[in-house]
Design a protein around this ligand. Structure first.
Ligand code: AHR
Length: 511
């Protein structure tokens, strides 16, 4: 942006406030923490002897920041790491736990100080549900079955007894269970057909103990590999006589979608990009809608009653690592561009709430599109963090269709990219409208006709920065932070003027 006033464009939209649709699961605001780089070690986990304030070794300022987001769930221990992880390595006295090689991420030595008990403690501190990702790639059915029993069984079964010996009396609640990860790649290089059979077999022995009910999630497709989803659905739904007492073997299938500017993950920098790379990134992020629509269509054809959820358990941007950092640690900065990628994804997850039951950004701390970055005892909230915070009112609200009528566009790689993305939801006589404005240099006045109910603005905020590449760091932690936005109701329409490259939320009270 120069010193001159930005050009102003206009957009129009309509929301029927009295026609709520599907419930947006709070779990689409889920997170992912892998044993990768500084996500767990020197991230969540600093150890009990650290001078950084912690509770039982878990860093307190991170917990506090994530609680502010109402973090609904946390996926762990991977990712690719999950299919090399043997859970017995991470229980018992810490100084007796084996040291293993983390062959996926930096080939560093892992001391297993953060294991099952530490993860469940973290979930308790966060007030988040546990999403434990089991090992199919290099594990066994028995190993996975034992882990489920260790975590969730009461009484004096062998695994429950072992848990008690390690200091935990009560079983934990574990609602989400991953059946391996990226089975087509780091999870074992399997064909869809082979994996689908394996997933069904492993799921059969991942029991519901006592009152615990697992949502078993089959490791799904990469991006638009609809055939993978088709095979998972076919194997699940057409398996005559092999349902588990009338239940499906797995209750959800996942897919992964990483955003870059079109030249592949890990090929461009997180900062210092140009306008072409910026728009191409926006277009790539908007591509999530086509991907979700495709998977939903396949799932609808096998499962018209919507019994199986679609879970995007890895999403976000993937840039080059920051200079001087370990290439295997995936540490990257986070700019206004990343925040807009998040805004676009949430609009799609909200729209497809009927089928999309969970999503997990990769990853929560110090890795890829993180919420928080740490530097010694200092902690920085990223622009993406603020999108999660501004959007948290959508959690468990009912979606409202936002019809965009007239929208400015840009041509990106020969395709038209809409420069405004939006979604809305309603809960308890309130509504929340989210708007991502993608133009790099123009501002946009958006007029949203509000039909069906009278509304008044209770709060409006905007997140932007000096440029699309603006970011926060320890010396300037609030360069990109939410600020008040002027929003008014005029002739039953919400009117806001969005600055260039901005994300905004408007909270409404409904009469
Ligand atoms: O999030 C980083 C890695 O990306 C995960 O371990 C893997 O599942 C994916 O390829």
């Amino acid at each position: 942006m120069g010193d001159s006033q930005p050009m102003t464009t206009t957009a129009r939209a309509v929301i029927d406030l009295d026609l709520p649709g599907d419930r947006i699961s709070r779990h689409v605001y889920g997170h992912f923490a892998e044993h990768l780089g500084r996500c767990i070690y020197d991230g969540f986990w600093v150890g009990e002897d650290s001078e950084i304030p912690n509770v039982r070794g878990i860093r307190s300022d991170i917990v506090e920041a994530l609680r502010e987001l109402d973090i609904p769930n946390l996926r762990w221990p991977g990712g690719c790491f999950a299919d090399t992880y043997h859970w017995r390595d991470g229980i018992g006295p810490r100084d007796e736990r084996p040291r293993i090689a983390n062959t996926n991420w930096g080939d560093v030595i892992e001391n297993n100080h953060f294991g099952t008990h530490e993860f469940m403690d973290l979930c308790d501190l966060l007030g988040a549900d546990a999403y434990v990702n089991g090992n199919i790639g290099s594990g066994t059915v028995q190993e996975m079955a034992d882990w489920v029993e260790y975590l969730t069984r009461d009484d004096d079964s062998p695994m429950a007894r072992l848990r008690r010996e390690n200091g935990r009396d009560e079983p934990w609640k574990v609602p989400f269970w991953g059946l391996g990860n990226e089975a087509w790649g780091c999870g074992g290089g399997m064909s869809a057909e082979y994996y689908a059979e394996e997933a069904r077999r492993y799921a059969t022995f991942a029991h519901n103990h006592g009152g615990n009910r697992l949502t078993r999630i089959a490791a799904g497709a990469n991006e638009d590999d609809l055939d993978w989803t088709r095979v998972l659905m076919k194997t699940l739904m057409e398996c005559h006589g092999c349902t588990l007492y009338g239940n499906l073997a797995y209750q959800a299938v996942s897919f992964h979608y990483y955003t870059h500017s079109g030249s592949g993950i890990n090929t461009e920098d997180a900062t210092g990009f140009d306008e072409r790379q910026y728009y191409e990134t926006m277009a790539y992020a908007a591509g999530i809608e086509r991907i979700v629509r495709g998977h939903v269509a396949v799932m609808d054809s096998y499962d018209p009653d919507n019994r199986v959820g679609l879970v995007c358990d890895e999403w976000g941007t993937w840039w080059n690592v920051e200079e001087g950092t370990n290439p295997g640690f995936l540490f990257q900065q986070n700019t206004v561009r990343d925040a807009l990628v998040a805004g676009i994804h949430f609009d799609v997850f909200h729209r497809y709430a009927r089928r999309v039951t969970m999503a997990n950004i990769a990853q929560t701390v110090n890795v890829l599109q993180a919420m928080v970055l740490t530097d010694g005892d200092r902690l920085v909230l990223t622009p993406t963090y603020h999108v999660f915070e501004m959007n948290k009112g959508h959690q468990d609200a009912e979606n409202l269709t936002a019809h965009l009528r007239e929208v400015p566009t840009a041509t990106v790689r020969g395709q038209q990219l809409q420069l405004v993305s939006m979604s809305a939801s309603t809960k308890d006589d309130t509504a929340l409208v989210s708007l991502s404005h993608l133009s790099a240099d123009a501002e946009c006045t958006v007029t949203v006709s509000l039909r069906g109910r009278a509304a008044r603005v209770t709060r409006a905020r905007v997140l932007t920065g000096e440029s699309v590449g603006a970011y926060n760091d320890a010396d300037a932690p609030d360069r990109v932070a939410p600020r008040p936005l002027e929003a008014r109701i005029e002739d039953d329409a919400l009117v806001v003027t969005l600055p260039p490259h901005s994300f905004a939320t408007v909270e409404l009270a409904l009469d």
